[in-house]
Design a protein around this ligand. Structure first.
Ligand SMILES: Cc1cc2nc3c(=O)[nH]c(=O)nc-3n(C[C@H](O)[C@H](O)[C@H](O)COP(=O)(O)OP(=O)(O)OC[C@H]3O[C@@H](n4cnc5c(N)ncnc54)[C@H](O)[C@@H]3O)c2cc1C
Length: 453
């Protein structure tokens, strides 16, 4: 009889590292977690499956930092802002200056193709807000610099395979490398894999979410001045061409192409593709194939029909499929859509996004000790995650998780026993906004907080 499963031989793994904290995943959340933990006195190892850091911000080529502001109030600072400052010095970050962050036809024309618009607002023209267009290679470089400077032990080419467990406590991780399995032991593990790989294999409860997937791509050799002048001067014709481009792409946000810090290179956050599971190789393969087919057709169309795109070339399709949502952990608190939309404040808030707050409890997977999560797979309802998964808030969560891990390792206390007000103070003293002080627009709902504590 043909077997349907094959037993895998038990083996042993050399212990290659014993830091205080292991971070799994070097995307925006993992970078912030590792740097924050190290800066707060912990020894840290960061394991990443790919040959570079950055996650969706680099390999996924997601190139605009959103959700840093609640209208004009800057809500995400700390390591996210440090990243922006460093990219700006390299000439690889572009954002509207404060005087342009208003609603007007002039600023709309000037900034909409940078993606610096408040797309949550209705109306034909939208307010310009603080958001940042950046370059993916710049992101990688700055990430590596920050990791080096903070003394984190970086292990690339190290896919996480399984947790090391003592009962329900995670005490380390096994990575499967080219040379075989390797073990890292730690006081605290922070899961920043984006897909809850550690929490899932450690047996923590989760829900299976899903959302659009995208093969992000960039076009080069675009005469962007001509393309933008055509938008302005022939709005009806531009609208028709845009509609046809979006039909080819199978869906896209309002502006399917945006400017980047590189002259003549535009970023295309499309196509929108539905019905694919961002975890299974079969679906990922099929999504990549569909995406590449749509990109090729779009390029042909743009070259033939769109002013400014006559000589366009395909620079690259992101090496990583753009996956927005997969597993979402169930933590001590599950953030709801109401929490996000109505700006519910939590007394244990440790991170902010646009207007919303993230409680520390949403980083603590149920039924598991020694493990924190930070990033797009935090404890949140699927519909709420779609509104709260942008890069800056993921970095804010990572920064909070990193400091929490360093505090727990230093005091040998459980992650549920750390002093959250001290965590908030530390975040604030290091330039982050943990959201401990509710903004005037927040809803302070003490009942919701107490019910889950
Ligand atoms: C197409 C698309 C467009 C988006 N548009 C925007 C936008 O315009 N603005 C915005 O701010 N946000 C946007 N987002 C959201 C944002 O990119 C993500 O939510 C954010 O990057 C999440 O950060 P993260 O660190 O949690 O996860 P990720 O960025 O996914 O990083 C996870 C990291 O973990 C690593 N990893 C995963 N599994 C393992 C393993 N088993 N072992 C070792 N390493 C592992 C990965 O390689 C990666 O480096 C978009 C997302 C997508 C997909």
């Amino acid at each position: 009889m043909t077997p349907t499963t094959i037993p895998i031989e038990a083996t042993t793994a050399p212990v290659i590292s014993r830091p205080d904290v292991v971070v799994v995943g070097g995307g925006p959340a993992g970078l912030s977690a590792a740097v924050a933990a190290a800066r707060n006195g912990a020894s840290v190892s960061l394991v990443e499956r790919y040959p570079h850091l950055g996650g969706m911000a680099a390999g996924g080529m997601v190139l605009v930092l959103d959700d840093i502001v609640d209208e004009n109030e800057i809500t995400v600072r700390g390591i996210a802002q440090e990243m922006i400052d460093r990219l700006e010095v390299m000439g690889l970050a572009v954002y509207p200056p404060p005087e342009d962050r208003v609603l007007s036809e002039v600023t709309w024309e000037k900034w909409r193709r940078w993606g610096a618009i408040d797309f949550h607002q209705k109306g034909e023209i939208k307010p310009i807000i603080y958001s940042v267009a950046f370059d993916p290679e710049g992101w990688k470089t700055v990430s590596h610099d920050m990791i080096d400077e903070s003394g984190v032990e970086l292990r690339l080419h190290s896919p996480f395979h399984s947790p090391i467990m003592e009962g329900n406590r995670v005490t380390g991780v096994i990575c499967h490398t080219k040379t075989g399995p390797e073990a890292l032991l730690a006081e605290v593990v922070i899961d920043c894999s984006g897909d809850a790989d550690v929490a899932f294999t450690a047996g923590a409860p989760f829900v299976q979410g899903s959302y659009l997937v995208t093969t992000v791509f960039r076009l080069g050799n675009v005469d962007t001045d001509t393309a933008m002048a055509f938008d302005r001067q022939e709005p009806k014709a531009a609208y028709e061409l845009d509609r046809e481009a979006k039909r080819i792409l199978g869906g896209a946000w309002e502006h399917w192409w945006l400017l980047t810090p590189l002259p003549g290179v535009v970023w295309c956050n499309a196509p929108h593709m539905t019905g694919y599971d961002g975890l299974t190789p079969g679906d990922q393969t099929a999504a990549n194939a569909e995406g590449r087919r749509r990109v090729a057709e779009l390029l042909e169309f743009a070259r033939a029909r769109m002013p400014g795109f006559e000589d366009a070339i395909l620079v690259d399709v992101a090496p990583q499929l753009g996956v927005r949502q997969t597993r979402l952990i169930r933590g001590d608190y599950v953030v709801t859509k109401d929490d996000v939309v109505k700006r519910h404040h939590f007394s244990d808030s440790v991170a902010r996004g646009r207007g919303y707050y993230t409680p520390y409890r949403a980083l603590l997977p149920l039924d598991t000790e020694g493990l924190l999560v930070a990033g797009r797979h935090y404890s949140v309802e699927p519909d709420a995650q779609k509104l709260s998964r942008e890069i800056p808030p993921c970095m804010a969560m990572g920064e909070a998780a990193g400091i929490a891990a360093a505090m727990a390792a230093e005091s040998s206390s459980g992650l549920r026993d750390i002093d959250v007000s001290k965590l908030q103070q530390t975040l604030r003293s290091q330039g982050a906004d943990p959201g401990d002080i509710p903004s005037p627009r927040a809803v302070v709902d003490h009942t919701a907080q107490m019910a889950t504590q």
